[in-house]
Structure formats: structure tokens, C-alpha cells
Design a protein around this ligand. Structure first.
Ligand code: ADP
Length: 641
């Protein structure tokens, strides 16, 4: 037969296909195996329809073989095959999917059929690795076979051929090696085995390949006298099934052996530890899918870095489509690993197209709920492991609330844990809320470097003494998260450094206000002495035994100032909290200050500096001039001599 041209649009598509749609060459094998599986499905189904029950899936093998000398790779199936017309129609027109038509015609047979193809482009992936593709096919119920051959974009021929049984054999002659590409790798047993394992492990028919093995020549370990000697070995070939065939996520939970999920997880996701939690889900309805998800027991080393790539493995009817489908997981659950398999997914080939898939969005929403429920269950029934989980991934949940500006608060708030002042143990916000005192107006928190440091902060003293619990925030993100959340269950969050802790009665408030007014001149003088280092100097009722503390007014707390200024790129635009030096009105130090003013301004200056520096030290802030501070204290110690 004379060479026929591909249809015009096909020609362009083919170029595009080879050069751009698939970036990953190895998937050509996935496509050809998927086609073989589809064809076998069709044959099996047609036979059933005609009342033939003699066929056994195990006999309908898909066979791979290589000829290293000729540089060919063959994929052969026992499927429905193609007639001459079908060869021309299906392989001569790109984007023509016989499989999709078949699926449509037999829409009521969803259970028996597991057709993968539907775009009509997969076959051409063969041209990414082959310079010549030869397809010999004999259709089911036909006596004749045909051979379709193409050298690439310039067209194809179809000629009569021989084939004993129905089915299709695809013979690829690999492209010549270049400096960049070594196509010979697709002749290597280990490479083919790995590709099959990776993409086609769950194809329902055995994918087989002759593999070379070595064995001892029988009797060669003994000499003629029956004494031991170095044995001889011989190589032989044995046909081996490469795929495991039943996807674990499609097995019923009751059929899964103990430890099977764990083994699967470790093998598939290269972890050395069992997962903390296994989530299985099989859903029908709006989004039909099977999912097998895992919550790892530890964060990968690069989890909190830009290198970490979130995503679930996406399968369509048992065939891997994408290794890390990011759209299936919201950022706040990016730690989840696992697999989603959906028949409904239009098997779009490009990521861009997949992103807009409605079905995918439905699945993602459903998975998010499922993960949240599992975490809640773990929190309720398996606290020890939940705390372990939170230790590893809690930061991500908090970051999730913050980066959504509180949008994910409803979803995530009850999953958070904070160490509290009560027992220095983790508590949920619900637990805190339930333990609140009757007259307690706020959920108190203090942010700082460590629980130990926060536990001795002067401003927390009075709250603790009165039996109020305080959340100790030790992660940098914490205070930002609470700020965007604003409240929990209607109760506002409030920093223990805040002006108003809601503790004082009206008369007490009046009292401290009056005290501030009465000492206005002294306080104004101290403010003047400190210059723009502070926004204010005030008398306070929040302190018990400490003379001073440093707080901040406005939106930016001292802790937030530290965090923000530690970020890259803020060197020029340093953030500054509006610092307030608070003085304990009940402390003898205050009495001493009143005695100095207005007569001994020099001394007042010295005392003010010392008190300010002490406040900085307590807050864990850098001291501006340590030498001056030391000299001032020494001066005091020796002034009475
Ligand atoms: P898709 O599989 O997405 O439909 P392909 O380009 O891979 O698209 O294949 C085009 C069509 O060629 C298929 O729909 C199918 O009808 C036919 N075909 C491909 N491979 C085989 C095969 N091994 N046996 C029978 N038919 C096949």
C-alpha cells in the first residue's frame, strides 16, 4: 500500500505531542500498556456479552519482550485487536479514541469495564522513544491480520500480515541514542520492570516479561568423588509477572492483612517509620473515588521548606496519571501522603487542564473533610499519637489559619494545641474554654521564646495568682494566628501585655487612673528621659512583685516585632512596637522615684535607665548599652559608702 498521510491536523498534533505534551518519556510504556489493558477489557466484555464464559483474565496476558541487537521493544496483548479500518481510523487520526466510543456505547456496563483511554493521544507517546512503530493486529472474530507501520510524522502504511490469534502486537524500534538521550535504557530489564511497577502495577491483567536468571548447574558442586567443589552457574530465562494487579486501595478493609497498609506506605513513600494513621475512603455520589491516605509519623526533613512538594498520587482506573497532584490537598493538610483513584476523572493529560477539572475539585473537598474528621477522631481517641502528630505538623495547621486570614478557622481551630500555664501541657482551645473561670472575659496568651521564660514573665504573675490559665505561645506564627482568629467560640483572645486584661473593677480602674494623673509630671519626665525608645511610661496594677515590665500598645506586640524583624528583606524597614514602660504602683521602687522628683533629676535619669533596661532584660530584648547599665548598677551599689 502507498504511504498515507496523517490527517492534516493530526500531523501538527503529532509534532506537538512528541515535543511537548509529555515531558516524561518513560510514560510511553504506561500508555501502551493501558491501551493493551483496554483492548483486553473489551475482548473480555464482548465475550461475556456473547455468552462465552471460557475466558480467564489470568490468561489474557500483556507481554513485553526486547531484542537488544535489533534495539526493539515489543508489547503484545490478547485483546480485541483492530480491523484494517480501525487501524486507519484509530491510529491514523490523532485524538480519535475508539475506547471512548466503546465506553459510550456500553455505558450500562460500568462494573465489568474499566476502560482507561479516552483522549486518543496516548498511542503517539510511542514516538517519543521510537523512530518506527509497527502495529500488527487481528480483530476479534476476524480471520485476517493487518500491519500498520509509521516512521513518525510523515505518514503510515497498512499491509496484510499474519497473526495466530486476535490481539495486537506493537513493535517499537528505538530512536538512535544521542548525546543527551540514551534510548537503550528501554531495553534494560530493570528499567522496564521499574516503569511497570511505577505506573501500571494495578493493571488487572498480568504484565509479563522474560527475565534472565542464574542457577547452579545441578550436581556441579561435587566432583566425581562426591567432594565439594566450586559450582558452575548457568543463565536461563523465565517469564515473570511484573505487576501486582490488585490495587490495595480497592481491597475491602476486611481483606487487607495486618501490616499490609503499613508496608505499602513505607515502600511507596520511602519512609522508614509506620504512618501514624491510615485513612481509607471509598465514596460514590458526586465524587466517585477510592482513596488510601496516610498521616506520616514525622515531618520529612524538607517539610517546612520550599523544596517540599505536596500532593497525592492520582490514578485513573488503576493507572498512575500524576505522582503529586497538588490540587487534591489544601496547604494546611500538605503533610498527607497517599493515593486517589477515580474512574470519573477525565484523564486529562496536562496539569493545566487538570487544575480546572470540576470532578477533581469535588474530590479535593471531600478529602479535606475526611482528613479533618480523622484528625478529630485521633485527637479524641488517641491523644498520645495526636500530640505526636501535632508536634510534627501543628505549625502547618496554624500557618493554614494565618495564611487564609482566618478563613479556615472553623475547619482548623479545634485541631490546635497550645501549652498552657496550668500544667505546662498541651490543651485544645475547647479544653481551655471549658476550664475558664466564671467571670473570665478573655482567653489569655503570652508569646515568647520558651515556656520556661513565659512562665516567669512579670505581666503574667497576677493573672496566674488569680487562677487564670494562659496559653503559652512559643512558635513564631502563634500570635499572628490568634490575631487573625480574633476569638474562639465567642471569647476574644487577649495578650497578657494588653492594657486591659479585664481584671479590674470599675473602682480599681478609677484608682489607677487617678494615680497616673496625680503622678503625671513624674511619668512625663521619665518618658522625656527615655526619648523615643518608649511611647509611654505608666503606672500599672497588673504587676505583683516585679517593679517594672515592658508592654506594647497598638497592633504590634514585642514578640511580633522580634519575629517580623528576623525575616529576610526587612533590614531597611524595621518594624517597631510601641513600647510602654509599666511601673508597679505598689512597689517600693515607685515610692523611691516619687522621692527623687523633682529635686534630683540626675538620679531620676539614672534610675529610669536602670528600670528600662531591666524591663528589656525580662522581655528577652537586646540591651542597647550593657556597659552603661553595668556601670549604673555598680554606681548604685557603692553610692552609700
Ligand atoms: P486512547 O487510548 O486515549 O483512546 P490512543 O491514542 O492511545 O487513545 O489510542 C487510540 C485508539 O486506538 C484507542 O482508543 C483504541 O481504540 C485503539 N487502540 C490502541 N491500542 C490498541 C490495542 N492495543 N488494541 C486495540 N485497540 C487499540
Amino acid at each position: 500500500m502507498a504511504k498515507k498521510q496523517f490527517k492534516a491536523e493530526s500531523k501538527r498534533l503529532l509534532e506537538m505531542m512528541i515535543n511537548s505534551i509529555y515531558t516524561n518519556r518513560e510514560i510511553f510504556l504506561r500508555e501502551l500498556i493501558s491501551n493493551a489493558s483496554d483492548a483486553t477489557d473489551k475482548r473480555y466484555y464482548n465475550a461475556l456479552k456473547e455468552g462465552q464464559t471460557g475466558l480467564n483474565r489470568q490468561d489474557l496476558t500483556i507481554d513485553l519482550s526486547v531484542d537488544k541487537a535489533a534495539r526493539t521493544l515489543t508489547i503484545s496483548d490478547h485483546g480485541c485487536g483492530m480491523t484494517k479500518e480501525e487501524l486507519e481510523k484509530n491510529l491514523g487520526t490523532i485524538a480519535k479514541s475508539g475506547s471512548l466510543e466503546f465506553k459510550k456505547e456500553n455505558a450500562d456496563a460500568k462494573d465489568e469495564l474499566d476502560i482507561i483511554g479516552q483522549f486518543g493521544v496516548g498511542f503517539y507517546a510511542a514516538f517519543m522513544v521510537a523512530k518506527r512503530v509497527e502495529v500488527t493486529s487481528r480483530a476479534q472474530d476476524s480471520e485476517e491480520a493487518w500491519c500498520w507501520v509509521s516512521d513518525g510524522a510523515d505518514g503510515y502504511t497498512v499491509n496484510p500480515a499474519q497473526r495466530e490469534e486476535c490481539g495486537t502486537t506493537i513493535l517499537l524500534t528505538l530512536k538512535d541514542n544521542t548525546e543527551q538521550e540514551n534510548y537503550d535504557e528501554y531495553l534494560e530489564e530493570y528499567r522496564l520492570r521499574a516503569i511497570v511497577k511505577k505506573y501500571s502495577d494495578y493493571i488487572r491483567y498480568p504484565i509479563r516479561m522474560p527475565v534472565e536468571k542464574s542457577r547452579m548447574v545441578e550436581g556441579s558442586d561435587k566432583d566425581a568423588d562426591g567432594k565439594d567443589k566450586t559450582p558452575e552457574y548457568e543463565t536461563y530465562t523465565e517469564v515473570e509477572t511484573l505487576n501486582s494487579m490488585v490495587p490495595l486501595w480497592k481491597k475491602k478493609k476486611s481483606e487487607v492483612e495486618e501490616g499490609e497498609y503499613q508496608r505499602f506506605y513505607k515502600e511507596k513513600f520511602y519512609d522508614f517509620e509506620d504512618p501514624l494513621r491510615v485513612i481509607t475512603s471509598s465514596t460514590e455520589g458526586l465524587a466517585t473515588y477510592n482513596a488510601l491516605l496516610f498521616i506520616p509519623s514525622h515531618a520529612p526533613y524538607n517539610y517546612y521548606s520550599r523544596d517540599y512538594e505536596k500532593g497525592l498520587q492520582l490514578y485513573s482506573s488503576g493507572v498512575l496519571i500524576m505522582d503529586k497532584c497538588a490540587d487534591l490537598l489544601p496547604d494546611h493538610f500538605s503533610f498527607v501522603r497517599g493515593i486517589v483513584d477515580s474512574q470519573d476523572l477525565s484523564l486529562n493529560i496536562s496539569r493545566e487542564m487538570l487544575q480546572h477539572d470540576r470532578q477533581l475539585k469535588l474530590i479535593a473537598t471531600s478529602l479535606e473533610k475526611k482528613i479533618k474528621n480523622e484528625l478529630e477522631l485521633m485527637l479524641k481517641n488517641d491523644r498520645e499519637n495526636y500530640e505526636k502528630f501535632f508536634h510534627e505538623f501543628g505549625l502547618q495547621l496554624k500557618y493554614g489559619i494565618y495564611s487564609s486570614y482566618g478563613g479556615t478557622k472553623e475547619l482548623l481551630a479545634d485541631l490546635l494545641l497550645f501549652t498552657t500555664s496550668a500544667e505546662k501541657k498541651y490543651a485544645t482551645l475547647r479544653e481551655y474554654r471549658d476550664r475558664m473561670k466564671e467571670n473570665q472575659k478573655y482567653i489569655y496568651y503570652a508569646a515568647g521564646e520558651s515556656v520556661a521564660k513565659l512562665d516567669v514573665l512579670p505581666q503574667n504573675e497576677r493573672l496566674k495568682e488569680q487562677g487564670y490559665e494562659i496559653l503559652y505561645l512559643t512558635d513564631e506564627i502563634d500570635e499572628f494566628t490568634l490575631k487573625v482568629m480574633r476569638d474562639y467560640d465567642g471569647v476574644e483572645f487577649r495578650s497578657t501585655s494588653d492594657d486591659d486584661l479585664g481584671l479590674d473593677s470599675e473602682s480599681e480602674k478609677e484608682e489607677i487612673k487617678k494615680l497616673n494623673e496625680d503622678n503625671h509630671d513624674l511619668l512625663a519626665k521619665m518618658k522625656e528621659l527615655l526619648g523615643d525608645r518608649v511611647a509611654d511610661v505608666v503606672l500599672t496594677s497588673r504587676l505583683k512583685s516585679y517593679p517594672v515590665c515592658l508592654t506594647a500598645k497598638g497592633q504590634i506586640s514585642l514578640e511580633m516585632e522580634k519575629v517580623l524583624n528576623a525575616m529576610p528583606n526587612v533590614q531597611e524597614n524595621q518594624v517597631k512596637a510601641q513600647r510602654v514602660l509599666e511601673i508597679n504602683a505598689q512597689h517600693p521602687v515607685f515610692a523611691a522615684l516619687t522621692r527623687l522628683w523633682p529635686k534630683q533629676e540626675e538620679k531620676l535619669k539614672e534610675y529610669t535607665e536602670i528600670l528600662y533596661t531591666q524591663a528589656l532584660l525580662i522581655e528577652g530584648l537586646p540591651v542597647e548599652d550593657p556597659v552603661a547599665y553595668t556601670n549604673a548598677v555598680c554606681g548604685l551599689m557603692t553610692s552609700e559608702e
